[in-house]
Design a protein around this ligand. Structure first.
Ligand code: SF4
Length: 441
């Protein structure tokens, strides 16, 4: 770390950057207050907190832009135990979240092609191809990504990340910390929790060396407490989809998910979700739904189709269909009560063992059945994601079980979360039309 780097960081992030982002937020808030700003025929206006979300995400990437030379940087998988890193003031970059930004901004296809031209198979996850293509081409819609000082790969979401992060370690020539999480068919046995905890403990001296400071256990407790508070708030936010009409759709949740994934363990994330929950409660009190006329309610399974979130949201809203819940956004909520700030490392080991993708397909089916009842949905949309095999495996028999055992129709949509070449608008529209007719809308 250098004095010049710190100065650049101080000015770029804390002085000029903060002022510019604040100005932009105030401008958006002002625009949103004007009655003319929202004229959608089927959707209610976005949440008032939305400009704050944009400010948070922009600040995150702005911090990354100036981080090299001022702060140590880790590139991490979405399910990596982040609390130790945050307590050591190491700045995290999530290539998967960056991939989602590229998907939404429609640049992912170009980066995927770049990776494929370098020899990476199109059968690889499109997040991995987006990331590798972005690195090789030097392009990103967020300005600039900082170079990592360390990589943290946790295998609790899939095995692809293991090979993807080996590619990154080779490319950047930096240490790779692997946290291996045994697959769970039932609740985690104590030896599995101990196995993961040992690996997290073993990673601490490595991370301390990189951070140039010792881990403060008091700070780790505080960070873990804020992670838990944010996850609890997120749980209550997604659960507000239970109300009729629902004040939030899963499409809104996909967008508002970013802080819980990449900014856990910070006060500003807790404050943000507390404001969001207050606003949702106010909407519920006024009987205001996310749709102007909610006639049917659906559950979503799997990642979003990032490059078609708006298109799909509009298409369903036109027919009065609200996507009130999703297994994907629920994944960051359902483990909230496992987080124990008084036992940060033990609870961390437990929490990071239990993500939905590290558990059998039976667990996912049970989760969907529970959500069908809890959210009182009329049907399920299963996104068969060409890229994400671990999330998509078993969806065919699951579709049958949902119809025969849970009594709701389910539709399988074939697409990809980030690669538009594996998506046929016409085919998806036709299937949805037929499905919605069955639902009577
Ligand atoms: S295969 Fe699925 S879980 Fe793995 S990185 Fe891709 S989207 Fe994430």
């Amino acid at each position: 770390m250098s004095a010049a780097g710190r100065l650049r960081y101080l000015f770029g992030v804390h002085i000029a950057g903060r002022a510019a982002l604040r100005f932009e937020r105030l401008r958006s808030e002002h625009k949103m207050r004007s009655r003319e700003s929202w004229r959608h025929r089927h959707l209610e206006r976005p949440l008032d907190v939305s400009p704050r979300l944009k400010e948070l995400i922009s600040r995150h990437y702005l911090t990354g832009r100036y981080a090299n030379g001022a702060r140590k940087v880790a590139w991490v998988t979405s399910g990596a135990p982040i609390e130790v890193l945050t307590a050591l003031n190491i700045f995290p970059i999530y290539p998967e979240n960056h991939g989602a930004v590229c998907g939404i901004r429609r640049t992912a296809e170009e980066y995927c092609k770049h990776a494929e031209a370098a020899g990476y198979s199109r059968d690889l996850c499109s997040y991995a191809r987006t990331d590798i293509g972005s690195i090789l081409s030097g392009k990103t819609p967020v300005g600039r990504l900082p170079r990592p000082d360390v990589l943290i790969c946790c295998t609790n979401i899939c095995q692809t990340v293991l090979y993807w992060y080996q590619v990154l370690a080779h490319h950047f020539g930096v240490p790779l910390v692997i946290i291996d999480t045994p697959f769970l068919y039932r609740e985690a046995p104590s030896h599995a929790v101990a196995f993961v905890k040992n690996q997290i403990e073993d990673s601490i001296p490595v991370l301390e060396r990189i951070a140039g400071r010792s881990l403060s256990h008091g700070r780790l407790r505080d960070v873990t407490r804020m992670s838990r508070d944010a996850c609890e708030l997120w749980l209550r936010i997604v659960e507000s989809g239970r109300m009729k009409p629902s004040p939030i759709t899963a499409f809104d949740q996909f967008i508002h998910l970013a802080p819980i994934v990449e900014m856990r363990g910070h006060r500003y994330t807790v404050d943000y979700y507390a404001s969001m929950l207050r606003e949702l409660n106010t909407r519920v009190g006024r009987g205001m739904g996310a749709l102007k006329d909610e006639r049917k309610r659906l559950l979503w399974d799997n990642l979003p189709i990032w490059f078609r979130v708006r298109w799909l949201g509009d298409l369903l809203a036109e027919r009065g269909v609200s996507l009130v819940a999703s297994t994907y956004t629920n994944a960051w909520a359902e483990l909230a009560d496992m987080i124990d700030p008084e036992r940060p490392l033990d609870s961390c080991a437990s929490v990071y063992l239990h993500p939905i993708l590290n558990r059998g397909t039976g667990h996912k089916l049970e989760t969907m059945k529970r959500m069908i009842d809890y959210y009182e949905v009329d049907g399920v949309l299963l996104h068969s994601d060409r890229s994400c095999k671990p999330y998509s495996i078993g969806q065919l028999p699951q579709r049958e079980s949902l119809s025969s055992e849970a009594g709701v129709p389910a539709l399988l949509i074939e697409a990809d979360h980030n690669d538009p070449r594996s998506f046929s608008e016409e085919q998806v529209r036709n299937r949805l039309d037929a499905f919605l007719e069955v639902l009577g809308v």
